[in-house]
Design a protein. Structure first.
Length: 138
């Protein structure tokens, strides 16, 4: 067993058990990161080694994989929380002018995860406790 080039987790010939990285392919003008369920292609930079490229873009790559994992268990892109909702709205002026009655217009949007400020945040695993439960059930 070796260490993963990306997350430094345990890796074997089948790939990393932690992040799911299977291989990194260097193409003419890009790097192709092949994961268990996803392929990410990033443009290569001149005069930079693969190791330095990985160090520089590590967070971007890992965040992309994390977003996909969250989406698989019901989360939205960008670490959006499925529970916190904000209503944004107002009164339609035309409705008030023609009928004398007001009609509220609401749009429901989700906010980004509050992490450590949320009651269901799992401090030990640094993720939403819903995510912790989902991983244990898989």
């Amino acid at each position: 067993m070796g260490k993963c080039d990306l997350c430094e987790g345990n890796a074997s010939w089948m790939g990393c058990k932690n992040c799911g990285l299977r291989s990194i392919k260097q193409k003419k003008d890009c790097y192709e990161f092949v994961f268990k369920r996803k392929k990410i292609t990033l443009p290569a930079e001149k005069d930079i080694s693969l190791e330095d490229f990985i160090k520089k873009n590590k967070e971007t790559i890992l965040n992309s994989i994390e977003e996909e994992k969250m989406a698989a268990v019901g989360y939205f892109k960008g670490r959006m929380c499925p529970f916190t909702q904000v209503k944004v709205g107002g009164t339609k002026a035309a409705t008030l002018a023609f009928t004398g009655a007001s009609m509220n217009e609401f749009t429901w949007t989700h906010s980004e995860c509050l992490q450590k400020y949320c009651a269901i945040w799992d401090i030990k695993n640094k993720q939403c406790s819903i995510m912790t439960i989902a991983k244990k059930l898989q």
